[in-house]
Design a protein around this ligand. Sequence first.
Ligand SMILES: [Zn+2]
Length: 273
Amino acid sequence: MENKPAPHITRFSDYLKPHQVIFDLKGKDKVEAIEELLDLLAKQKLIENKKLTLTRIIDRENLVSTAIGSGVALPHARVDAEGEIAVAVGRSEKGIDFDAHDGQKVHLIILVVWNPTLPGLFNHLFAGLARFLIRPENRGRIQGAKDKTELYDILAGIEFKFVHEEKIVSRARMLKKLQEIELRKKKATKEQQKELQKHAAMIREEFDRDVLSRFDRLMERYGFAVADAIDGVCQSCNINISTQMYSAMEDSNDIYVCENCGKYLVSAKKKKK
Ligand SMILES: [Zn+2]
């Protein structure tokens, strides 16, 4: 049996500092509120290009609302920046219309801007936040916060568990995960499909449009897009991958394509003898 690495626990306070919280947002609509939070991050030099970041966030928002229900929204964008992640939180007493699927106004906005060189990080944060916010008692505590300090203290304590090996999820592995989800979706019930779709959307966030459109084309044509590379052999076409590429794959986060059959490659464990 393999030893499972101990989970590495971080808290929201590692990413969120007290001066990144606005207790009473002035913005009256979605764009104004997001802009207010970005102004805060720009002032603290946590983001470089406010205009670009705003565009990215709004584009993402127009795709599907990031309101997760019960008055919470998690607008986000992937931006190439120096820092690894920038987070800002805003609270609105009145509530802001975010086109939430449950029709509720949003009272808590957690905005996340992250760097694409850290695959998986956003998914972990998102999962950790969702896990915390799904509990009515936690949302109640947030709602009941009387001032900025109280609100910050509640949020600061949110825990994220990173399993070491997951901390550097390889991009190829994430593509494989996306493939698994797309395949499961075909056999799933309507209700399950919704969940799988959410998960797929989250993974898709991590990739560029080019990678994804190629992925979708391969899925459509062959029913799969990612092939295991075992002992240097592509398992889709059974042809040897060049030794150079195979060893480069091992310790790289780039995505490799089989030169013979064009599938994305993920290096898999050696075959059991
Ligand atoms: Zn191949």
